[in-house]
Ligand binder design. Structure first.
Ligand code: SAH
Length: 320
């Protein structure tokens, strides 16, 4: 099942919400249990192994320590035996609590929900969102406003990261807005780690030709669909090809990755960005910023802009 991939993909950067849609059924069992953040994945995986057709993890507050708790919900078709699942889950939690005393003794709750309620609950996580002063990011079920002076980006929330709701994506969109407004849209750009394709789509809507890469084939497939919906397919070259093999240095590179990956990639990004070109880095938590900046401290790079949102920071460098 793809839910497992989905869990991994989502948690790679933003573990706040995991989801999946299955063909509609009328009624579902919903098992709900509150566990420490660091055990969410274990419990979610266990529910998937039991046959859950969808998992919803509650919002995680990154400002709270890992030991803080999150609600995990697992949905099962009503035809399966609720008590059997309940007792397997209770037994699993009991075993887990002997390994992880911090778990305490959480008690799962079993309720019944309709598919409409579930899908409504899921959709409520993705309202339309204004980013910066230029972008409106919408899921496909929302109508596009007829009178709008913003660039509309339609993203289907799925297994790829990048719905537009995360501070790191928003930081990159603001950086793109700033660079395009200040210097004009670049002719070409590299979107390293495209995820849902959101940054590549934003750039393509400015007329930039984008080379968009990802190491995750599922992300590439989701990006392809979003790019098509946004009607920018001719401008975006999607590829799994790694950074060792980009065509030529770019006037702009955007990379919303893990801080440690950004630090490791510094030498390669130096060759991927053209002289006088720009590099936008995100995915950096405030306490990781010093390490990333140290990796980009050569005289080749000058820091031009720095955006913070929540505990995340986005950096724009210019290369000499
Ligand atoms: N650009 C999107 C998604 C960022 S999530 C946004 O800003 O919202 C990071 C993505 O980078 C994931 O899809 C992940 O699979 C991909 N990724 C991680 N390491 C990578 C690497 N070394 N090269 C290319 N893609 C990478």
């Amino acid at each position: 099942m793809r839910q497992r991939n989905l869990t991994q993909a989502k948690t790679s950067l933003n573990p706040s919400l995991t989801l999946s849609l299955q063909p509609p059924a009328h009624r579902w069992h919903c098992f709900s249990v509150v566990v420490p953040h660091d055990l969410v994945e274990a419990v979610a995986n266990f529910l998937l192994e039991l046959g859950s057709t969808g998992i919803v993890e509650g919002e995680r507050d990154f400002l709270q320590p890992l030991s803080s708790t999150t609600n995990v919900q697992g949905f099962f078709p009503i035809a399966v035996s609720g008590p059997t699942i309940y007792s397997a889950l209770t037994q699993y939690l009991h075993e887990l609590s002997t390994l992880f005393p911090g778990l305490g003794h959480p008690v799962p709750y079993l309720t019944e929900v309709t598919s409409d309620a579930w899908s409504e609950q899921w959709r409520n996580h993705f309202p339309p969102i204004h980013v910066g002063s230029r972008f409106l990011v919408l899921p496909p079920w929302e109508p596009v406003p007829s009178q709008i002076d913003r660039i509309v980006i339609v993203i289907n929330p799925s297994m790829a990261f990048g719905t537009g709701h995360h501070a790191t994506t928003q930081g990159c969109l603001e950086a793109i807005e700033f660079l395009c407004a200040t210097y004009g849209p670049p002719g070409r750009a590299l979107d390293l780690g495209t995820g849902s394709g959101i940054l590549a789509i934003a750039l393509a809507k400015f007329g930039t030709r984008v080379w968009a890469t990802d190491i995750d084939p599922i992300a590439l497939e989701e990006a392809r669909k979003n790019i098509e919906v946004n009607q920018v397919t001719p401008l975006i070259h999607l590829t799994e090809v790694s950074l060792e093999d980009p065509p030529a240095p770019f006037p702009l590179v955007v990379a919303n990755l893990f801080a440690a990956t950004l630090a490791t990639l510094a030498p390669r990004l130096e060759s991927a960005v053209k002289s006088n070109g720009y590099l936008t880095l995100s995915g950096i938590q405030l306490d990781q910023e010093a390490d990333v900046r140290a990796a980009y401290s050569s005289s080749r790079w000058s820091l031009m802009q720095r955006y913070t949102q929540e505990e995340w920071v986005t950096l724009i460098f210019q290369r000499s």
